[in-house]
Write a protein that binds this ligand. Structure first.
Ligand SMILES: *Cc1c(COP(=O)(O)O)cnc(C)c1O
Length: 313
């Protein structure tokens, strides 16, 4: 990392984060009986509106945008869309959200998209095939043209670009000396790519993929290449705990999350955090972590409204 990257960035008061995020130990027999300590890295407490990794990924992009309007992409329940809309409100800059699913335009907005518009975000709905091609320069140019956003700063889906990945290295640095294994849920893999780069050499990151597909490792490698010029840190991806795919929350997972909340008072977000915690319970039971291991679980987000109840889609 160059000295340039260490220059403190001015952050408007309303966007100021609580950093480092708290690290707390939980007492849970499912871990203790295997000699494993479980810590929760409470990134969900960084900021009330830009929650968890969304703050870490957006902050450097907001700086780079220099007050220009923001355009980004997401699905009907995207935490990233809500975070971007909130950032726009707090910074006083216009935001445009390009949303996957033309059919959503004809229905009442769900709570997540309604929050986006309440924060001033303009929504533009596109069909799934156009959405898939949004990174194609011609498709993107046409979308920006059609929405009058040609001068806007474009943040990719999920907020994961090189700046975002570098923004997540601080998450790893905050965890140095505290755990041998750091676990987190992965969507685009941007947070894992940055976190792994910030850890000490004797620590490793374990990414729990919430999507079905198995392409995440290549994505993380590409993100590290773009952010750092090559591979960084020790990390791996586990593909066993997607529960059928993105936003699939079978009853078994929902009750696991409710139970974890009852035991530990942690509001468990279902689409990502619940899958990661479930994975840790299963892996610990299988003996994946030797006795004496400390595992830090990153709480990357918090529950939001009806996004929790999307049982099967
Ligand atoms: C967006 C999100 C993730 C995934 O982060 P990536 O950097 O895209 O892998 C994980 N957890 C929560 C709660 C999120 O909102």
């Amino acid at each position: 990392m160059s000295d340039n990257d260490r220059v403190p960035r001015p952050i408007p008061a309303d966007l100021r984060p609580r950093l480092p995020s708290p690290l707390t130990e939980v007492d849970d027999a499912r871990f203790a009986r295997h000699g494993v300590r479980l810590l929760l890295k409470r990134d969900d407490l960084i900021h009330p509106d830009l929650i968890g990794n969304k703050w870490r990924k957006l902050a450097p992009n907001l700086e780079a945008a220099h007050g220009r309007a923001l355009v980004t992409f997401g699905g009907a329940y995207s935490n990233h869309l809500r975070a971007t809309a909130a950032a726009g409100r707090l910074l006083g800059v216009p935001t445009l959200g390009i949303v996957r699913g033309q059919e959503l335009a004809e229905r009442p907005l769900n709570a997540s998209l309604a929050r986006c518009t309440a924060d001033g975000m303009r929504l533009h709905f596109v069909d799934r095939s156009t959405y898939r091609k949004k990174n194609d320069p011609e498709v993107l140019a046409a979308l920006l043209d059609a929405t009058g956003a040609t001068d806007a700063y474009v943040v990719p889906e999920g907020g994961s670009n090189a700046l975002a990945v570098r923004g997540c290295t601080d998450l790893g640095r905050e965890l140095r000396g505290h755990a041998e294994v750091v676990a987190l849920a992965c969507g685009t893999g941007g947070t894992l790519a940055g976190l792994a780069a910030g850890l000490a050499p004797d620590q490793r990151a374990l990414g729990v993929c919430v999507l079905k597909g198995g392409f995440l490792e290549a994505d993380v490698r590409a993100l590290q290449q773009a952010a750092f010029g090559g591979p960084r840190g020790t990390w791996q991806v586990n593909d066993r705990f997607h529960f059928g795919g993105y936003a699939r929350v079978p009853a078994e997972l929902a009750s696991f999350a409710d139970d974890f909340e009852r035991r530990h008072g942690l509001p468990v977000e279902h689409l990502y955090v619940a899958k990661m915690l479930y994975a840790l319970v299963v892996l610990t039971g299988e003996g994946a972590f030797p006795p004496g291991t400390t595992v830090a679980a990153v709480v990357t987000g918090a529950p939001f409204g009806d996004a929790q109840s999307s049982t099967s889609r």
